[in-house]
Design a binder for this molecule. Structure first.
Ligand code: ADQ
Length: 472
């Protein structure tokens, strides 16, 4: 029923997260979670980097087929990984696109490595693409890939989806060769963002810096070129997540957490360990809550699950150290013999475990300083007990805030707002919790990952996109 009579779909992303033979998922993260189901529905191919490093690039493609998904991966050289992945993608674009110009590093060799790896992707994937295939390229690692494929003669319909925010023009212009990067996006037929806010920043750049013109229907004209740019807010696989939430493993995780909570309120945070997720600010906001409301000390605790990511990038080592220090300090300051205010866990969990933990928690603190969308907020909503749902406290700077307007929206930089929202959530009557949850659950359920990819693929096919939404 989900299968549209489309041409073959070629998905290209930095890493491929197709299911492994042992049933393990591939790379962790929002993109991986969102796309693993998508390719099963369309005959297609998922192309990307294997994660392996080799001495010399060979262009050899490793094909695998599991669970209805064919993946094709290549290995990269050490220098490629350093300059393209750890360098330009994660030390230049990621911080800049998350408004952290103070952390962005502009190094020429990173830019060169980025172009080189995009060329390597283009050289190896071009022979695998048939003339009728739809090509869907993902995320900031591969912005120039469409232009590279065009240079190799591909005339296919090609789309690009950005999973992170698009920064305001005034920030983006700090990037050397920013025009070159943005112009390469015009090689696509469709460019997708999570929200209207990121779309507007893009349109603003196009008008200010490229002298382009943006029409209300989403068509963007720059010189001779016209492309379609729109907001396609990503969702979770609602059905799969509800099933996970009702599994036996989820029930066990739920009971384990409830038992250890021993009647105390649980506040949960689940994030990749990344400075964009606002973890330090969250800890400080929670600390402020403990100070503001002494009577709640010993009655509530914060469970922060944060598996380390991008460990080879210095800023990530630093944020890890600061969080170790800060959580230790807060615990030292407030703990009692029978109570620890923060349970800080640096490991990943399976979907079922997470679903059980979400359900057992009265509050979720999802407070990124900037986030393209944020799927944890949606997972938390999907996992709740409809009769006794928890409260979502959500940063107004996450893309998800434009859809989940019944969350308690906070400025994540403000300790006071975080503290007040925790108090409001703890005091919230059941009827209000239910009312807010129902409205959010409806959005999470209707605007799920299937809805997202159908809208994007319809646009890619050049079809009417009446469902296409500029969220917010
Ligand atoms: P991420 O920055 O990775 O994604 P997010 O959208 O929250 O952020 O997705 C994280 C995913 O990883 C969730 O599905 C979550 O359950 C999972 N996860 C996180 N911590 C985990 C843990 N400890 N154990 C197990 N699983 C864990 C990027 C963008 C987002 C955007 C997504 C999708 O930064 O803004 O929403 O892509 O486009």
């Amino acid at each position: 029923m989900d299968r549209d009579p489309v041409s073959r779909l070629i998905v290209i992303s930095n890493r491929v997260a197709a299911p492994k033979p042992d049933g393990e998922g591939g790379a962790q993260g929002g993109l991986a979670v969102a796309l693993s189901a998508a390719l099963r529905e369309y005959r297609g191919l998922w192309f990307g980097w294997s994660g392996n490093r080799i001495d010399e690039f060979t262009g050899k493609i490793d094909f695998q087929r599991h669970d209805g998904v064919t993946s094709a991966t290549i290995d990269l050289e050490e220098q490629d990984v350093e300059e393209y992945y750890n360098g330009y993608a994660n030390r230049t674009l990621w911080p800049l696109f998350h408004y952290r110009i103070d952390l962005a590093e502009y190094v020429r060799s990173f830019g060169a490595g980025y172009e080189r790896v995009n060329e390597r992707f283009a050289d190896t994937v071009t022979p695998l693409i048939d003339p009728d295939d739809l090509v869907w390229i993902h995320d900031y690692h591969l912005i120039p890939l469409g232009a590279q494929l065009r240079q190799r003669g591909l005339r296919n319909r090609m789309g690009f989806f950005l999973h992170i925010p698009w920064p305001p023009a005034r920030l983006l212009t700090s990037l050397p060769a920013h025009e070159h990067l943005v112009l390469s996006l015009l090689a696509y037929d469709v460019i997708g963002f999570h929200t209207k806010e990121w779309l507007e920043s893009f349109q603003n750049y196009v008008e200010r810096e490229l002298g382009g013109h943006c029409e209300p229907d989403g068509t963007i004209h720059v010189g001779e070129r016209s492309v379609h740019a729109a907001a396609y807010p990503i969702g979770i696989d609602y059905k799969e997540f509800r099933e996970a939430a009702e599994s036996e493993a989820a029930q066990e995780a739920f009971e384990r957490l409830r038992k250890s909570a021993d009647g105390r309120g649980t506040i949960i945070g689940v994030d990749r360990l990344d400075y964009s997720k606002g973890l330090e600010e969250r800890f400080l906001g929670y600390r402020r809550f403990l100070e503001d409301h002494e009577d709640w000390q010993g009655e509530v605790f914060l469970l922060q699950i944060a598996p380390p990511s991008r460990g080879e990038v210095h800023t990530y080592e630093k944020i890890r150290e600061s969080l170790d220090e800060l959580s230790g300090r807060i615990n030292g300051e407030f703990a009692a013999v029978d109570w620890v205010p923060i349970r800080y866990v640096n490991q990943g969990y399976g979907r079922e475990d997470l679903a059980g933990f979400y359900r057992a928690s009265q509050i979720a603190l999802v407070t990124p300083l900037r986030d393209g969308m944020n799927l944890v907020a949606k997972e938390y909503v999907a996992a709740q007990d409809p009769e006794d749902p928890g409260v979502l406290i959500l940063s107004r700077f996450a893309g998800a805030a434009l859809q989940l307007t019944d969350a308690l929206l906070v400025n994540p930089y403000s300790k006071e707002e975080i503290s007040d929202a925790i108090k409001q959530a703890l005091d919230m009557p059941r009827e209000e919790r239910i009312r807010r949850w129902r409205s959010m659950n409806e959005v999470v359920k209707q605007e799920d990952v299937v809805w997202w990819r159908r809208n994007f693929v319809a646009a890619l096919q050049g079809e009417a996109t009446q469902d296409e939404r500029a969220a917010g």
